[in-house]
Design a protein around this ligand. Sequence first.
Ligand code: ATP
Ligand code: MG
Length: 302
Amino acid sequence: MRRLTPKQLQAQHRRQGVRPTAEQAPAAETVTQTGAGEPLAEYRVTQEPYYRAVGDEIELYEAAYEIRMPMMLKGPTGCGKTRFVEYMAWKLGKPLITVSCNEDMTASDLIGRYLLDANGTRWQDGPLTLAARHGALCYLDEVVEARQDTTVAIHPLTDARRILPLEKKGEVVKAHPDFQLVVSYNPGYQSVMKDLKQSTKQRFAALDFDYPEHDVEVEIVAHESGVDADTASKLVHIAERARNLKGHGLDEGLSTRMLAYAGSLIARGIDPLKACRVALVRPITDDLDMRDALDAAVTTYF
Ligand SMILES: Nc1ncnc2c1ncn2[C@@H]1O[C@H](COP(=O)(O)OP(=O)(O)OP(=O)(O)O)[C@@H](O)[C@H]1O
Ligand SMILES: [Mg+2]
């Protein structure tokens, strides 16, 4: 299982001896064809990721996968979307290719480009093409960050055609039967300008994610950080208070991820007050009054 940004993908290509056309490849260099035997071997999720179901999302996802329905996971940061996809890839026994989208990403970063190697130029599939050709789950994390012309590249893959035209190469890739596209999306963050087009949104079924209910979140925080249930429960109580301040001075609530970080510090012997200050309060706001309010919530419980 690898999580590669387009830049990291380019770096990986360089390590493998494949040079972008702009660079000159040394004549004697041996070029490794990316995993000629099993192209997606490095993307297999070999160990079961810990995922605590919060509702019927696993059954729903499995049903959606049966018909290869493109999926959109919506929810605030740090609430378990990425972990869920990793878990589903493991459960379905499919490789997972993750792309962190950003506004510098071009369609070529997703689809592929010609590279110059010792024998001349050759085509290098991008992560989306790799997934479509060989049958992986392709996870586009924070898909709204990508420019619209990049997002549109996924359209023919996410309707009944299930094809990916590689215009520069003059090839049309027919998606492998196992291929599925899954994207994540944080509805709170983007401006109208950055929202997805309706023609993109309407190609997906969507699962809503949110912070879990108290007892479930306690279980997750305890598991992830190694603190006992009592300490985890205190952390969740603090988060619940902070979440009530969303829209009243806080842009976003404290995530399950932050609680796991705070718990991990506590489990390593850091004083809980300090751990909460460093891992919960300081990162989430610079507003001094808000920090005081959150510090007060922390001292109520620790
Ligand atoms: N249901 C869950 N089961 C197991 N772990 C969870 C769950 N929900 C949250 N977590 C914990 O919270 C952390 C953050 O979750 P994750 O990385 O999946 O968030 P995300 O929703 O993808 O956030 P972002 O939008 O910022 O990418 C995980 O590393 C894990 O420790
Ligand atoms: Mg994520």
